[in-house]
Design a protein around this ligand. Structure first.
Ligand code: ZN
Length: 133
């Protein structure tokens, strides 16, 4: 069974903390130990795990990605958002997390971020939660 998390972005480039939604979804399954797969169903967004305590880290990452991949006019893709497609490929569109005692196994400072690169838009993350055999 595939579940979905809805995400609404408000800016063109934005990191959105979805850790609580994922954790709540894990809890709702009643699964104590297993694995949680997350997959972003878009070509101009991504998903990453990084620092959740200091918002300056997300600001620095997005600022760096914008500097690394500018909205360069030599791109040939007619939609004009090739920078967002490239950032999606750089960041990646999936993450897998362990579940132990009904909790996601994350480091003290880690959070799960949906990464918007061509917002604002309504987005979806597919979630597959599997119990250990
Ligand atoms: Zn495009």
């Amino acid at each position: 069974m595939i579940r979905y998390i809805d995400v609404k972005s408000r800016a063109r480039t934005e990191f959105i903390d979805i850790t609580t939604q994922v954790q709540d979804m894990v809890k709702s399954t009643g699964i104590k130990n297993g694995i949680c797969h997350l997959f972003v169903l878009h070509t101009t967004a991504g998903i990453t795990v990084n620092e959740g305590a200091d918002p300056a880290v997300q600001r620095d990452i997005t600022a760096f990605l914008n500097k690394l991949v500018p909205m360069d006019p030599y791109f040939t893709h007619r939609e004009g958002n090739s920078d967002a497609h490239i950032k999606s490929t750089l960041v990646g569109t999936s993450q897998s997390l362990f579940i132990e005692n009904a909790r996601l196994v994350l480091g003290t400072w880690q959070a799960i971020y949906f990464c918007e690169f061509d917002g604002p838009r309504s987005r979806k993350v597919a979630v597959k939660i599997k119990a250990d055999e």
